[in-house]
Write a protein that binds this ligand. Structure first.
Ligand code: PLP
Length: 222
């Protein structure tokens, strides 16, 4: 695996409006530094403990994204520095992130995760569940959290037609929320979709942020 080559070949082919989150979960600091040393600064992790350790050990100009569902009792550890939390799917979690944002005197960006895949193992909201959150009085009172957009994962399948349709559905959800709740809000702008096997399709369907791990760092051994 040549991490520098991999990351450059992905980035060289990205449209200007699409950013790459290099998913470094389970990978050692040396691997992250290989990407960092060719100028990459955006990394994603899905375990709070790993994210905190890497944040402490690695250069401070890295923009760290949390790409899973933080347990509510662990949000406090990432709240001081996390750039964006992908995968928020409840008002309860938003309230905790807000409270921790307040303690740190910052506004924490979140993406609402939607269930777009056929598999029922994947987390995420439906459009109506998200509306319920966004229309609630409790949500409107949150001052230290902001919704930066949406996130979703397609079904793990060879059927590219299905994957494409699932990404289309996330784009449709984004547009619906933008029109109804965020038309005047510039920072509701991100559609986080696309991983190693399907990011090309995701880009064609409007992704602004792809989350790619194994295609950069190689397969993970859990
Ligand atoms: C692991 C992970 C990725 C990256 O997966 P690859 O297939 O290795 O690119 C992207 N998004 C989420 C939420 C993940 O957990």
């Amino acid at each position: 695996m040549n991490i520098a080559v991999n990351i450059n070949s992905i980035k060289n082919n990205l449209p200007e409006n699409v950013r790459l989150v290099a998913v470094s979960k389970t990978k050692p600091n040396e691997d992250i530094l290989e990407a960092y040393n060719v100028g990459h600064k955006i990394f994603g992790e899905n375990k709070v403990q790993d994210l905190v350790r890497k944040y402490e050990q690695l250069p401070k100009d890295i923009e760290w994204h949390f790409i899973g569902h933080p347990q509510t009792n662990k949000v406090k550890y990432i709240a001081p520095f996390v750039h964006l939390i992908h995968g928020v799917d409840s008002l309860k979690l938003l309230k905790v992130i807000d409270a921790e944002g307040k303690k740190n005197n910052r506004q924490i960006g979140c993406l609402l995760q939607f269930h777009i895949a056929e598999e029922d193992t994947k987390f995420g909201l439906s459009l109506s569940e998200s509306k319920e959150i966004l229309e609630s009085k409790e949500f409107k009172n949150l001052g230290n959290v902001f919704i930066a957009g949406v996130m979703g994962m397609a079904t793990y399948t060879e059927n590219t037609h299905q994957i494409r349709n699932e990404f289309k559905s996330l784009k449709t959800i984004f547009n619906a929320l933008k029109n109804e709740y965020f038309s005047a809000i510039k920072n509701f702008s991100e559609i986080s979709m696309g991983m190693s096997d399907d990011y090309q399709i995701a880009i064609e369907e409007g992704s602004t942020m792809i989350r790619v791990g194994s295609k950069i760092f190689g397969e993970r051994n859990y």
